[in-house]
Design a protein around this ligand. Structure first.
Ligand code: AP5
Length: 230
């Protein structure tokens, strides 16, 4: 799973953070997994980290659970403590991919302070652009491998054997927040709290918009192209 503990091997690295921003279902996790493997850097998904903590019943997980269950954001202080600890680990030295963080302006400001204090290079910020009317189908159709975290879609990217991961045979599960009423709440939360973050980074001239409506392999090619030119 993408708690960032999985490595990508001996890829070329990134040299900095890559921040993926976009609404629920935009394809951030799908792309982050692929790019992390290609570049050999950790994929740090705050959503996956919280789901792991919730699943293990830790105190932090218990704090996060009600927010996740209702499609709201976990408070910034909780998120920041978790992310600071994660990115301080040695495997982040040659760069890392942030999937789902930062998600509010205060999270971004705090992250920028960390970048400055550690003398890291300016992050790349990629904004996934996708029509809202595609997101419901993507999210209600999503199934995730309970072993390796591979992401499927019962409509558009089904596994060879229903309910089982092609890679490791793991059981495919539906996320509890991928039900229609919670999806609606997550999309509203994105509009209210995270969209302003795109404008925040854009004002600083840092954002690259990516067409996330193309097929996943095309999105990957575009993303790698952007990174190669940056
Ligand atoms: P999180 O897990 O981050 O969820 P999210 O942002 O809502 O994003 P998703 O994981 O739903 O979508 P995705 O863009 O990764 O899409 P995917 O690649 O899977 O957060 C969950 C919760 O945790 C939050 O609600 C909040 O409570 C809490 N949280 C997390 N981080 C936080 C933070 N920083 N601050 C506060 N709270 C935080 O793809 C979706 C589906 O589409 C899949 O089925 C896939 O196969 C399909 N698909 C992907 N790409 C394509 C494509 N190009 N074409 C067609 N189908 C595609």
């Amino acid at each position: 799973m993408a708690d960032g503990s999985g490595r990508g091997g001996n890829g070329p690295g990134l040299g900095r953070a890559l921040i993926l921003i976009g609404p629920p279902g935009a394809g951030k996790g799908t792309q982050a997994k692929t790019i992390a493997k290609r570049l050999g850097v950790p994929h740090i998904s705050t959503g996956d980290m919280f789901r792991d903590l919730v699943g293990r019943g830790t105190p932090l997980g218990e704090r996060a659970r009600p927010y996740m269950d209702s499609g709201e954001l976990v408070p910034d202080d909780v998120v920041l403590e978790m992310v600071q600890e994660r990115i301080s680990r040695a495997d982040c030295a040659s760069g890392f991919i942030l999937d789902g963080f930062p998600r509010t302006v205060p999270q971004a400001e705090e992250f920028e302070e960390i970048v400055q204090k550690r003398h890291l290079l300016e992050p790349f910020v990629i904004h996934f652009v996708v029509d809202t009317n595609l997101l419901l189908r993507r999210l209600t159709g999503r199934r995730t491998c309970s072993v390796g975290g591979e992401i499927y879609n019962i409509y558009d990217r089904p596994p060879k054997v229903p309910g089982r991961c092609d890679n490791d045979g793991g059981e495919l599960i539906q996320r509890p927040d991928d039900h229609e009423e919670i999806i609606t709440s997550r999309l509203s939360t994105y509009e209210a709290r995270t969209k302003v973050l795109v404008d925040y980074f854009r004002r600083k001239g840092k954002v690259v918009d990516l067409d996330a409506m193309a097929p996943p392999v095309t999105v990957t090619d575009h993303l790698l192209g952007v990174l190669a030119q940056a």
